[in-house]
Ligand binder design. Sequence first.
Ligand code: SAM
Length: 345
Amino acid sequence: MRAKLAHRAAVSDPALETLMLALDGGDFPRGEGLFLGARPHPALDGWKGLSGWQPLKPLADSWEKAGHSGSAEPPGGRWPLVLFLPGKARDEILHGFALARDRLADGGVLLVSMANDEGAARFEKELAAATGGVTSIQKHKCRAFHVRNDGVWDEARFEEWRQLGGFHPVPDTNHVTQAGVFSHGRVDAGSALLARHLPRGLSGKIADLGAGWGFLSAELLSTSPGISRIDLYEADARALECARLNLASHSGCEIGFHWHDVTTGIGNGYDGVIMNPPFHRGSGTDLELGRDFLRAGAAALRRGGRMFLVANRQLAYESCLGELRMAWRKLAEDATYKVIAATAP
Ligand SMILES: C[S@@+](CC[C@H](N)C(=O)[O-])C[C@H]1O[C@@H](n2cnc3c(N)ncnc32)[C@H](O)[C@@H]1O
């Protein structure tokens, strides 16, 4: 029974399961290894030499809970085996190939797994063109492909991909973002609408939940000099790195940067909470994630504290605000988004 349950849990993450299948079926080095985009799996239990990089806090927590060592930054060094579960954005994936290449020892093996509907065939072709050919398996609507570093890869192409990483300016702003983070290279339209409707002159202690690269916090700080402290809570370590740079010029108040899973709750005593809550977990829509953000925000407010949020119009957050006994009203809406203000009881 236990084995059956473990199996069912594993196929809920088909790219990971396909990676494990390829790993099990191939002749791969099993000493030291690096897992980029690390996620735990029973087949990896007890593999002491395996280090992981996982920038998303909830996944990083589950990786460490499974007994592995990990970091929020890709570690240096070179490994005989690099496993890679990429994110979803093109630049993030190609930059990930360069990241993996730079951590591969001579003669080492890179093994990648991706879902078909996230472009597995296309990215497999890209890697094959850069390395001279890959070996591939298909299962669970995913492809796992691997290649050995024989020292004659197309380095010009890897250099191109390397350049996709690092900080890139957001046009028409003073901000930077990096590949893979929410709203890379642009301001999110929903967040822009919220920023236009945030009250001028908010004061005291503020929390920004799911702060991303810091757009909302930066906007708020530029119009509300009475803010004494703002705490940015964000799950993606790469986004938080951008936020540190984007808020560096705001020296008038204390700023806290927290690599944190908001669904586990945050500090309390806040005068105000702002958010553009996420509603995707993995590849699917998950309204409950957004509701968890509302709950965490409500619990963090002092009595009478105010919450400002933006959401897609079709997302039914109002009932959740009602359950939290918050008085709410709609401040604005356009064809896609609504902005809501709610007050803690
Ligand atoms: C819709 S985006 C808004 C980002 C940013 N506030 C903006 O306006 O550009 C939601 C953000 O929540 C973050 N996020 C998702 N799940 C999270 C969690 N469990 N804890 C903290 N942040 C999370 C995402 O990484 C993303 O940056």
